[in-house]
Design a protein around this ligand. Structure first.
Ligand SMILES: C[S@@+](CC[C@H](N)C(=O)[O-])C[C@H]1O[C@@H](n2cnc3c(N)ncnc32)[C@H](O)[C@@H]1O
Length: 311
């Protein structure tokens, strides 16, 4: 992979890391973050970039794949399906779904060009290029025809989108009637009252949102998430918090297996070790982790059709 940042002088890369992680007045956009992180993920086998679903997982590779399977199975992914996967990282989940759930075709959209290039190579090496078509593009402006897919899946990425609402509208447009949207997503926890609990909660959210390119427009809790899906036209909306199977077990695993941080850049490793000095509840108290599922109605109401024509 010819990644301009990885290829740049090591000290320059360290400087970029230091500026991103430790300068409170500096943030990066999503592409800047993923170019910098490059392949320095915590997984040992694959290149997943998600936090994992830990209910039955023994390590981070299993947990990352389990989260991908949770999304694929929640979407009811099955042979014959045309799938759109947005924010696919290095395409580990697409290769997993292609092998285990066997949809007819997966189209991937990812805004980070360096990831798209490496993901394409990996998919070709795996002999899956006929079934997985990876493209560079944004989930908020999909280069796909209306009503062309059965499923839209977003594995730990919609919080980045500018905005998540535009993504919902695009997902609704490209889904066929009866098609489903499933997203594993990070949102703020419901507000608690009282000092200093509220302040600690806000600090936890602001730190993550500021450093991980979460636009302010995407900072809302479950009821608003539900309402925004409903206003877009989705039905059968279900939003479940799975935070108990994500943050605390990940934190415990990393604390017990510090070697798993070995692939991270030293600057990122230092920040991760710093976070591990605190208990999981303090670090993640402001963050909810949800699995959201919704369906585009089989029969569109006159209101929906009029809105689609206007879009
Ligand atoms: C936390 S990573 C998750 C990657 C992958 N789903 C996984 O589980 O390993 C977030 C991904 O979202 C992608 N992304 C961010 N903004 C995007 C956008 N507007 N459209 C498409 N992809 C985007 C990033 O490039 C990155 O691949």
């Amino acid at each position: 992979m010819s990644d301009p940042i990885v290829a740049s002088r090591p000290w320059r890369r360290s400087l970029r890391y230091a500026n991103w992680l430790y300068n409170p007045f500096h943030g990066l956009d999503a592409v800047g973050i993923y170019d910098l992180l490059s392949t320095g993920a915590a997984t040992q086998q694959g290149l997943y970039l998600n936090l994992g679903y830990w209910r039955e997982a023994a390590d981070i590779d299993e947990a990352s794949a389990a989260l991908a399977m949770l999304v694929g199975e929640r979407a009811g992914m099955a042979p014959g399906d045309e799938v759109l996967d947005v924010g696919f990282g290095f395409a580990d989940q697409d290769m997993l779904w292609a092998r285990r759930l066997e949809p007819a075709r997966i189209t991937g959209l990812n805004i980070t060009a360096s990831q798209v290039a490496l993901a394409r190579e990996r998919v070709a090496e795996a002999g899956l290029a006929e079934r997985i078509d990876l493209r560079q593009g944004s989930a908020t402006d999909m280069p796909l025809a209306s009503e062309s897919v059965d499923l839209v899946v977003a594995l730990e990425c919609a919080f980045h989108f500018r905005t998540r609402e535009r993504f919902f509208r695009e997902a609704w447009r490209v889904l066929r009637p009866g098609g489903r949207l499933v997203s594993a997503d990070i949102i703020p926890m419901p507000r608690i009252s009282g000092f200093p609990a509220r302040l600690k909660q806000q600090l936890s959210w602001s730190l993550v949102a500021g450093k991980f390119a979460i636009p302010a427009e995407n900072s809302y809790t479950r009821p608003t998430y539900h309402a925004k899906l409903a206003v877009t036209g989705f039905e059968a909306i279900e939003i479940e918090s799975i935070r108990g199977d994500v943050y605390a077990p990940l934190h415990r695993y990393l604390a017990a297996n510090p070697g798993s941080l070995g692939r991270l850049h030293p600057m990122a490793r230092f920040a991760a070790r710093l976070a591990l000095q605190f208990d999981a509840d303090s670090v993640y108290r402001g963050l909810d982790y949800i699995l959201a599922a919704a369906r585009k109605p089989k029969r569109l109401s006159p209101r929906s059709s009029v809105r689609e024509a206007a879009d």
